[in-house]
Write a protein of this length. Structure first.
Length: 322
């Protein structure tokens, strides 16, 4: 059965290589949306004022032969002299047992505008350099198959077994509006739709994201207990997903549950202190792949360093941490 999963994964990759104009790539997915804020929306850069460092790891569908493993790391903080925040993000995505390896590094700037005593707007711009590598030595072809023993023969497709590297610039933008009780945002990634095809032309479709939520205190405010209903919508080419969820926290403990349209339930648990946060989530697959994928695992950590008190009032965003 494992050989079958491997064969299916590689057939998908080969199909994408042979006919790139019909097969469009999609971005890696993180389901702890707010635990990877710069990846979600560049307008989040500097939204907590003090320096913040974030690490993320995701293993999607581990039963399907290491199908998708993604790492991300980011740093951001607010700088008064720039009237906004700066950020740096790096992520690496490995698909099909590292057949396709994607690495991106991004610089982010966000501008903060205090519209009123209760409303703040941040706009963000992101410049990225992306590099993708295809390891052709890990591809398998029909002429390698023996009916009894599987893949034992060398292939005649010598051109397809070489390593191919593709690099290109990419640009994104976002906006974020928030008060003490609510937050709404939107972002557009891949504004220029760069060509990422290894053979021929294959433009990376724009990804459009809209998200929002409210924070509702529960009981005595000194107990630091609240619930936060949330919604997130993403669309990229013909792929779209709607996520509806709810977070609840009591003191340092945070729990969350999300539903992603006809695909998965997402369960999240985390601990948040003033300077340190750690969270774990598990995607329970409910689609037809439920018995084959073993879900998805995601882990996030965040370290927020202390900084000098601000002379003027600075409104940090009040939104979930995971």
């Amino acid at each position: 059965m494992r050989k079958l999963y491997k064969l299916v994964s590689l057939l998908v990759l080969v199909t994408w290589l042979i006919n790139p104009s019909e097969s469009k790539a999609q971005d890696p997915i993180f389901t702890q949306f707010y635990a990877n804020p710069l990846y979600l929306n560049p307008a989040f850069a500097g939204s907590v004022r003090c320096p913040r460092f974030v690490l993320n790891y995701r293993n999607q569908w581990p039963n399907l032969y290491r199908t998708y493993i993604t790492y991300a790391a980011s740093y951001d903080q607010h700088i008064d002299a720039l009237s906004g925040g700066i950020g740096l993000m790096v992520y690496n995505d490995r698909a099909g047992n590292n057949v396709i390896n994607s690495t991106a590094i991004s610089g982010v700037y966000s501008y903060q505008l205090n519209v009123s005593r209760n409303l703040t707007i941040r706009t963000g711009l992101q410049a990225t350099y992306m590099q993708k590598t295809l390891d052709g030595s890990k591809l398998t072809f029909g002429d390698m198959i023996d009916q009894r023993n599987g893949f034992i023969y060398p292939t005649g497709e010598t051109d397809a077994t070489q390593n191919i590297t593709k690099g290109y610039p990419d640009f994104s933008a976002g906006i974020l509006a928030y008060s003490k009780k609510y937050f709404v945002g939107a972002s557009v990634h891949h504004l220029t739709q760069p060509n990422e095809g290894f053979i021929g032309t294959s433009k990376l479709p724009m990804k459009i994201t809209a998200h929002g939520g409210v924070v509702i205190p529960v009981g005595d405010r000194t107990a630091e207990t609240s619930i936060s209903p949330n919604i997130l919508f993403q669309r990229q080419q013909n792929f779209q997903q709607l996520n509806i969820g709810l977070y609840a926290n009591k003191g340092p403990i945070v729990g969350g549950i999300w539903y992603r349209n006809q695909d998965a339930f997402i369960l999240t648990v985390g601990i948040q202190q003033k300077l340190f946060k750690i969270g774990y989530s598990y995607d329970v697959t409910v689609s037809k792949l439920a018995n084959a994928t073993a879900g998805s695992h995601e882990l996030s950590t965040s370290l927020q360093l202390p900084c000098k008190p601000k002379k003027k009032k600075f409104r940090t965003i009040s939104c979930p941490s995971f």
